[in-house]
Design a protein around this ligand. Structure first.
Ligand code: NAD
Length: 243
């Protein structure tokens, strides 16, 4: 990723933070974005010898996206890759799910991914290349208890990514999805402990995944080593999705 400019959403915590740091180690110029913690992640990358900036981005705001795109180009000249990692999760039975909470889930997890692709694709067309890596979830592949809106949002991410991948493949733009299993990050705090334990027990590998194990796949898919890989949905889930 040497000298490549990559925007990472959700870079303030969990998987996104580790993804941003791994991009930093790989030599990329990293635009860390989040509603909180992006600048701290950028500072850590810079202190470790990398090159990063931190910017506020609420992924559900198109105005925020446009501003981040402009600032990234102002700072680093162009954009070569986008890693859409930001997301929220909520465990609730569909009968008890409030309309506002459903809308919030879709606005952040699905519309946020749509906005990111909408904003960077013209820049990729201008430079003649580009990579997008979107994050879905095991919940989009198998029925997990209590995650109706989350599962719907991630299923939408997969369907939209496939469509964009096929449409933009002739333009040398690759779009792929990583579907994590259950990964040790702060997002799990939103689940009751018994749910997290059940997830662990259900994972064939017998353990939760680590953010680094997702980041490895994201960085690979954003690199030129993956130039012929597009429209793929890659599960990194300790085997759960293959049961
Ligand atoms: P996390 O809570 O640690 O990180 C999510 C980040 O997204 C946070 O920094 C948060 O501030 C940011 N965020 C929330 N709303 C935002 C918004 N409107 N705009 C911009 N940023 C916003 O969670 P994580 O586990 O690191 O999750 C990262 C991604 O991985 C999410 O898309 C999540 O759905 C997905 N995922 C996680 C797991 C898991 O087990 N941890 C499993 C499958 C998929």
């Amino acid at each position: 990723m040497k000298e490549k400019v990559v925007i990472v959403t959700g870079a303030g915590s969990g998987i996104g933070k580790v993804v941003a740091k791994q991009f930093g180690v790989s030599g990329a110029k990293v635009v860390c974005t989040d509603i909180k913690g992006a600048e701290e992640t950028a500072t850590e990358i810079n202190n470790e010898g990398g090159n990063a900036i931190g910017l506020y981005l609420d992924v559900s705001s198109l105005d925020d996206w446009k501003s981040v795109k402009d600032k990234a180009i102002q700072e680093f000249g162009e954009i070569n890759a986008l890693a859409n990692i930001a997301g929220i999760s909520e465990a609730v039975d569909i009968v008890d799910l409030e309309e506002d909470d459903f809308d919030k889930m879709i606005n952040i997890n699905l519309k946020g991914t749509f906005f990111g692709m909408k904003v960077v694709l013209p820049e990729f067309l201008r430079t003649g290349a580009g990579k997008i890596v979107n994050i879905a979830s095991l919940a989009a592949h198998v029925g997990l208890t209590g995650l109706p809106s989350y599962s719907a949002s991630k299923g939408g991410v997969i369907a939209m990514s496939r469509q964009v991948a096929v449409e933009y493949a002739p333009k040398n733009i690759q779009v792929n999805v990583v579907s994590p299993g259950i990964i040790e990050t702060p997002i799990l705090a939103n689940n009751p402990p018994e749910v997290t334990q059940a997830f662990t027990d259900a994972t064939p590998a017998g353990r939760l995944g680590k953010p680094e194990e997702i980041a490895n796949m994201v960085v690979y898919l954003a690199s030129e080593e993956a130039n012929f890989v597009t429209g793929q949905v890659i599960k990194v889930d300790g085997g759960w999705g293959s049961k």
